[in-house]
Design a protein around this ligand. Structure first.
Ligand code: KG4
Ligand code: ZN
Length: 339
């Protein structure tokens, strides 16, 4: 088997239609992301039916744009990689159907990629010399997973959220405050001018001997605070609220990721997923890691949130490891790592 030169990555698991061309698994030739945020914003979150329809409209124009920005053509593509789960089933199906149609028509190999594995590979695009073992915290709108990765392609799940994902915790409270979707970047921005000690929010599962997370207690406390202030006709100090709420999330995430590194005796931690864009998470994990001689890596912002470059890269390495998909590849909304 010769190594594929150009991989076309396709990603449609949530509200971004994305396509990218990757050279030799690690070099980004193009990375096109068509966001649907404007269509979902007035509903305060992603509407699955709208997402599927918008993906259908956008998927081929986005692929065409990715090919043209990479200065290549479909005929020159050697491998097609597509996200097949986890995510919204209707949204995933659009990408999977498009990838299968192209691979069949062009007679090119096809690889199905787990979206979370894609987020992890965003770090290899940022740092091609990165090698396991490492601890990875994947935090996005749908996932909060703490993983130990002893070897390429091997994932030990140390902990995960028992209720909301970290991104969901940001987005839901931001919505109650009337901030636009997605709320994570808004809270991050507001928090910069606030006092993280202003409101004493609870830390879910912080003292317990587990790597699992829980954000529902924090969310309830924040809702109660907002309701009480509104009942008393008192204005909420948005920056202090954002800083305190964000700190309650980041404090627990950072503490557990460092504890995981210590327990597995590894000196490398990586952050991935949309919430890895959070400025306080990046800074705090680095501050805790430094005195312990642990290095911290996270992708540039454009590779933290959903994109197809990470899917192309993960797909390339899966293909080299001998994993090719058949024509029966299907969307799996609940796909797990290690499948
Ligand atoms: O990875 P992603 O684009 O999509 C999923 O796979 O879910 O992550 C999106 C999530 C949203 O919940 C968004 O609010 C959150 O990432 N996010 C942030 C920040 N930027 C994006 N959360 C906190 N701080 C940020 N700066
Ligand atoms: Zn994602």
């Amino acid at each position: 088997m010769s190594k594929p030169k150009l991989t076309l990555g396709i990603e449609t698991s949530c509200d971004e239609t994305a396509a990218a061309v990757i050279e030799d698994g690690l070099k980004i030739r193009s990375n096109v992301i068509a966001s649907q945020i404007d269509f979902h914003q007035r509903f305060g979150g992603v509407v699955p039916e709208i997402a599927s329809r918008k993906h259908i409209e956008a998927v081929f124009p986005v692929i065409d744009q990715a090919l043209s920005e990479a200065n290549t053509t479909l005929e020159e593509i050697d491998l097609i990689a597509v996200t097949y789960g986890p995510g919204l089933v209707g949204a995933l199906l659009v990408g999977v159907a498009a990838a299968k149609a192209l691979a069949f028509a062009l007679n090119k190999p096809l690889v199905g990629v787990n979206h979370i594995e894609g987020h992890i590979y965003a770090n290899f695009l940022a740092e091609p010399n990165l090698k396991p073992p490492f601890i990875c915290l994947t935090v996005s709108g749908g996932h909060t997973d703490l993983l130990y990765i002893p070897k390429f392609g091997e994932y030990e799940i140390l902990g995960r959220t028992r209720d909301d994902a970290a991104g969901e915790a940001f987005d839901k409270i931001a919505r109650v405050l009337g901030l636009p979707y997605p709320g994570g970047p808004q809270i991050d921005r507001l928090a910069k001018g606030g006092n993280p000690q202003a409101i004493d929010f609870p830390r879910g599962l912080a003292v317990e001997d587990t790597f699992d997370f829980s954000f529902s207690g924090l969310k309830t406390a924040a809702l109660n605070y907002i309701n009480q202030m509104r009942q008393k006709n008192q204005e909420i100090h948005l920056s202090d609220f954002a800083a305190s709420y964000q700190w309650a999330i980041i404090d627990v995430l950072s503490d557990k990721v460092i504890r995981a590194a210590k327990s597995k005796n590894v000196k490398q931690v990586i952050l991935s997923g949309g919430v890895a864009s959070n400025s306080q998470l990046r800074a705090h994990v680095e501050a805790l890691a430094k005195p312990l001689g642990i290095s911290v890596l996270y992708p540039p912002l454009i590779l933290c949130t959903d994109n197809a470059a990470m899917i192309g890269s993960a797909g390339y390495f899966k293909y080299l490891a001998g994993q090719q998909a058949g024509w029966d590849l299907n969307a799996d909304p609940n796909l797990r790592l290690n499948n």
